[in-house]
Design a protein around this ligand. Structure first.
Ligand code: SF4
Length: 734
């Protein structure tokens, strides 16, 4: 059968789904991906989850875009085209009928002209920076080289930093707190270092579903004897392995974490020597004063965890020889996400649980390349390697490398994801370039986001499928899937890994980096990397190699990793400052990358969620992911095995809730928020508290983000997609 026949070729690459970054061996037969096996990479040592093993056939789906598309003159943009009935699958033919096929030259000329029109209008008015009515969303699913080229294109062609990507909806708050506290947004220790931990604290994360191979390393550590504490409003699968499970009240993270910190400072559990040596003088006294109001007994009613358990867990974390913290979207995606992360950072700093094996802080990265895309500068506040746009030397270095006149780059950060769509809605952003992102599905208050996209005077989308976002474009440029191209990605551990093309792009689809180079030239930039249009070319001196070497020239963290060295080693964990540096899986061992080498303790404020439940909207909606489907479903819902396992949208409710609503499990309900409503099947789930609903956001026919609220964390501008108020009503059986 299919699983025993010999492949024509076996290609070494990386899984295209989550941030764990499992190494894969892609078996190719007759020009198609025949099967995928785990390879012995640093993150997985041969292990794979269901997505990595069975999910890669999306590459061969018949709905792949194979020719450039231009919107037909008789097809006005209408977000209503995305509205589907409860049983409807994506009506691909209807979306496609809005467009006509075009040649690459015509499509690239049209795209460049649409963007250039707005740029020229801005120039004529002397606009720069945020005021330029052009913005770009790059992708955390592309390669580092694509992310680097994308941000360079927006910054160089339009004189603005209005460029962002899904990190804004992911770990922006974690990164803001980490940069402020310890001077780096990256993880301190890799996932597999959990093998050296005695105590593991997992909060606001469901790694069994979302980082499955990482979860296996955590479970192995528990089997070896480590104590695991799971803190999450849902009693998720990892609870079976936990020493204690803290199912706290949604949104009460700061109350819980500050109560743990209170125990540490009031019971003499602070590692005074570590704090004296590694933390800014005066910070501890300020934090101590702030924490006085957070005694566990006072916080217990707020967070729903009894004081004795809070004390027990805090003591165990502080006193274990090596304690490690993992967190995910449950911490980050709140209007108080930065404060949540600040409290976690304070836990590690106060107790000296960082800088050694088995300790540290690990925000589990979602997308396969969200770490790398952020490193590459796909962020409105920073250039490559987190060099702030406000620092003149950083701007000067980028200007010199990119052949721009001195003083060309603006000194103010650009707009962020949700701000950009708000600006589009209001007419302040009038043209956009979007590569591999799907804000029509992923952004909060999706009806507003879709209307904003439809109002753009010009939208070019570079993607592999006609996503809900591409369906609102003027020009759609067919791109390459990850297994079709050469490139690097950087996983949650900071490990840079090389992917090589296993199969050819379908039809006339072209490499994303080639598309960006062609657009840049048409926008007047003298780019000449010589990128292979079909995704190939890994050898030294190749187009992608030249992009990588230019990028690392601006990135001290990658300064010692030449393309030639990367081809030899295949994977290495940054920082790699010099050519003989072996890489650093564990960082912050003797100093933090701050000006004086010391960390900052920052007090976390207690604030209420933006939209608490009330009599009209009595339930809390938590959105998230599930094992078989990845984010907005563009890839996994086109994977035969994954979509067969989970074919329909569903909302998970506690059996008591179902009984109260008078709905049998599997029956339909209407979920309604102040922003929209969807009809969806129910699933009984005792892991969900009775006053909470949980729903994946992967399903276009019942898009959970039609309900979510665009309330933003004031610092990181991340949206509170983990908490909004909804009403739930039974749909009478037909
Ligand atoms: Fe891919 Fe993540 Fe699964 Fe590994 S754990 S196979 S990287 S989806």
């Amino acid at each position: 059968g299919a699983y025993t026949r010999r492949a024509d070729r076996v290609v070494a690459s990386v899984c295209p789904f989550c941030g764990v970054g499992c190494a894969v061996a892609i078996h190719v037969k007759d020009g198609r991906i025949d099967r995928v096996e785990g390879a012995p990479g640093p993150a997985n040592d041969g292990r794979l989850c269901v997505k990595g093993r069975f999910g890669m056939d999306y590459v061969h789906h018949p709905q792949r875009l194979t020719t450039p598309l231009i919107r037909r003159a008789d097809a006005p943009k209408d977000p209503a085209i995305l509205t589907r009935g409860p049983d409807g699958r994506a009506d691909h033919a209807k979306l496609l009928a809005q467009f006509r096929p075009a040649t690459w030259d015509e499509a690239l000329d049209t795209a460049a002209a649409g963007l250039a029109r707005m740029r020229d209008a801005a120039r004529a008015q002397g606009l720069r920076g945020r005021a330029v009515p052009v913005a770009g969303f790059g992708s955390a699913k592309g390669s580092n080289e694509e992310a680097y080229l994308f941000q360079k294109l927006i910054r160089s062609a339009f004189r603005t930093h209005n460029v962002d990507h899904c990190t804004r909806l992911c770990h922006a708050s974690s990164v803001a707190a980490l940069m402020e506290g310890i001077g780096s947004g990256a993880v301190s220790n890799p996932v597999r270092d959990v093998a050296h931990a005695d105590f593991i604290f997992v909060i606001g994360a469901n790694p069994v579903q979302n980082h499955p191979v990482a979860a296996t390393w955590i479970k192995n550590a528990v089997r070896r004897g480590a104590r695991l504490v799971l803190a999450d409003p849902r009693r998720t699968e990892l609870a079976r392995h936990a020493w204690r499970t803290l199912t706290f009240t949604p949104g009460a993270d700061v109350a819980l974490l500050n109560a743990m910190l209170h125990v540490i400072v009031s019971e003499g559990l602070v590692d005074e020597a570590f704090v004296a040596e590694r933390v800014h003088p005066g910070d501890l006294a300020a934090l101590r004063a702030h924490l006085q109001a957070f005694a566990p007994e006072a916080m217990a009613p707020l967070c729903g965890i009894d004081a004795a358990t809070i004390r027990e867990v805090a003591r165990a974390y502080a006193t274990s020889p090596a304690s490690m913290i993992f967190w995910g979207m449950g911490v980050a995606q709140h209007s108080h996400g930065t404060d949540n992360a600040r409290a976690l950072i304070a836990l590690a700093l106060l107790t000296g649980q960082i800088g050694r094996p088995g300790t540290g802080l690990h925000p589990l990265r979602g997308q396969n390349n969200v770490q790398g895309a952020s490193d590459a500068g796909l962020i409105p506040m920073v250039l490559p390697d987190y060099h702030r746009v406000g620092v003149p030397e950083h701007r000067a270095a980028a200007e010199a490398a990119w052949g721009l006149p001195a003083g060309f780059l603006p000194d103010e950060p650009g707009l962020t994801v949700v701000e950009i769509l708000d600006a589009a809605y209001e007419g302040r952003i009038r043209a956009m370039l979007i590569q591999g992102e799907n804000p029509a599905m992923s952004d909060p208050d999706a009806a507003h986001a879709r209307e904003a996209l439809a109002r753009l005077e010009h939208l070019t989308v570079i993607d592999i499928f006609l996503t809900e976002t591409a369906a609102l474009a003027d020009v759609v440029l067919p791109a390459t899937a990850w297994p079709e191209k050469t490139g690097t990605v950087t996983n949650t551990d900071r490990t840079v890994q090389l992917g090589r093309p296993a199969v050819a792009p379908p039809g006339d689809a072209r490499a994303d980096a080639w598309i960006l180079e062609q657009l840049a030239r048409r926008l007047g930039l003298a780019w000449n990397y010589g990128i292979d249009p079909h995704g190939g070319g890994a050898e030294p001196g190749s187009g992608i190699g030249r992009v990588f070497d230019e990028m690392r020239g601006l990135m001290p963290a990658l300064a010692g990793l030449s393309w030639e060295r990367l081809l030899r080693v295949g994977a290495i964990t940054h920082p790699v400052p010099t050519a003989d540096d072996p890489g650093h899986p564990i960082v912050f061992t003797d100093r933090f990358p701050t000006a004086d080498g010391r960390a900052h303790l920052v007090s976390a404020r207690l604030s209420a969620p933006a939209e608490p439940p009330d009599a009209d909207y009595p339930f809390v909606l938590i959105t998230g992911r599930q094992l078989e489907h990845w984010h907005t479903g563009a890839m996994t819902r086109r994977s035969a095995v994954l979509d067969a396992i989970e074919p329909v949208p569903h909302v998970s409710l506690h059996p008591q809730t179902l009984a109260r609503l008078g709905v049998a499990a599997g029956g339909c309900v209407v979920l309604r928020s102040r922003r929209g409503q969807i009809t969806v099947a129910t699933r009984a789930d005792e892991a969900v508290p009775p006053d909470v609903a949980f729903m994946p956001f992967a399903y276009a026919e019942a898009a959970a983000n039609l309900l979510t609220i665009p309330a933003l964390d004031p610092i990181a501008k991340i949206a509170e997609v983990k908490y909004c108020a909804v009403a739930i009503e039974a749909v009478p059986a037909m």
